[in-house]
Design a protein around this ligand. Structure first.
Ligand code: TRP
Length: 328
């Protein structure tokens, strides 16, 4: 029984929060049984914007792996590995660079956008321009059929398809054109009411302790017009209610919405229900993460095994590529 192959990665640039969990990781977990899944930490991609300060890259990489496993990726059911340990990605990246017109890379919208966004860094580097090409190599080397990503990654998928077509046309039909598996998910709101994001300092991290999560949710903003306990509120204006919509049952959502509108319950009561439900999602993550933090060798052996498996597939592809290009 041959399952279609799925591949996805995350850049090592910091720890993950509930937005990443709901938006990406939970979907990766779901895909584990239906597909032959390969998931990796893109630590080389982390270098493209972070090269000037690498003091935390090692830690970030480890945190990300712990988050992967904590969220429920199961090394028995999927392959988990580290990009920088599968050197074949670099070889394919180099070979593809020979056939990639500069204009294709310069036209990828994220190129200029990211440079604008990170004005404090010098991103006029060769490596940064090549970001989408390295990503293409990541995908094509597994001849993956599907790539689960958020909408922001669509331009990178587009260029990986163009490169696959160009290679297939110039040398030999080796690469299937990968398709994005777009993840539809509700926007997760941060504790200040804006989109949850590392850069807004409003996130609940998968590595936060129960005490930290409780404190963050307890002090989270609610309907700003509901000042006194007896004031009636509007749940649609409350960021807390937005989180209920993701983490609470339908019955609980109705209960807190009604309680808010009628001042039947206070904001503290409403938050207590949310805290209970967020804890339910995070408890298995805490348990698994602690296990791995206390036994780092278990973590490393999982990654070693995954890397071996990834290298096998990547190696097969590279044999085909070298042959197609007339290299020894
Ligand atoms: N660019 C992706 C991100 O920012 C990370 C990534 C690198 C990736 N290589 C990939 C995603 C290959 C999917 C497939 O998160």
């Amino acid at each position: 029984m041959n399952k279609d192959r799925v591949l996805s990665g995350m850049q090592a640039s910091g720890k993950l929060h509930l937005g990443n969990l709901v938006g990406a990781l939970q979907n990766w977990v779901k895909l584990q049984d239906k597909y032959d899944c390969y998931y990796f930490v893109a630590d080389w991609h982390g270098l493209t914007t972070g090269y000037a300060d690498l003091s935390s890259i090692k830690e970030s990489t480890k945190d990300l792996l712990i988050n992967f496993l904590g969220a429920g990726l199961d090394p028995e059911r999927c392959t988990i590995f580290l990009q920088s340990r599968v050197l074949e990605h670099a070889e394919l990246h180099l070979l593809l660079s020979m056939i990639t017109p500069l204009g294709w890379l310069e036209r990828v919208p994220t190129y200029k956008e990211k440079q604008e966004e990170l004005k404090d860094r010098d991103l006029s580097t060769y490596g940064f321009l090549g970001y989408p090409l390295l990503q293409s190599a990541d995908i094509l080397i597994y001849r993956a059929k599907y790539v689960p990503v958020g909408i922001d990654q669509v331009p990178h998928l587009e260029i990986s398809r163009e490169i696959a077509r160009r290679f297939n046309y110039l040398y030999k039909e080796i690469f299937p054109e990968p398709e994005a598996l777009l993840t539809e998910f509700p926007k997760v709101i941060g504790v200040d009411g804006r989109k949850m994001s590392k850069s807004y300092d409003n996130a609940i991290y998968l590595s936060d302790s129960p005490g930290e999560v409780e404190e963050k949710l307890k002090t989270m903003v609610t309907d700003p017009a509901r000042i006194k306990r007896t004031d009636k509120g509007n749940p649609d204006l409350s960021p807390v209610y937005q989180l209920h919509k993701i983490f609470s049952s339908k019955d609980e959502q109705e209960e807190v919405a009604e309680g808010c509108r009628t001042a039947g319950i206070g904001c503290i009561d409403c938050k207590k229900i949310l805290i209970k439900n967020v804890f339910k999602v995070m408890e298995p993550i805490w348990v698994k993460s602690n296990e791995l933090i206390n036994n780092p060798n278990v973590l490393y052996s999982i990654v070693d095994k995954g890397t071996e498996k990834a290298k096998k597939v990547a190696g097969e592809t590279m044999r085909l590529v070298r042959e197609a290009m007339g290299l020894y």
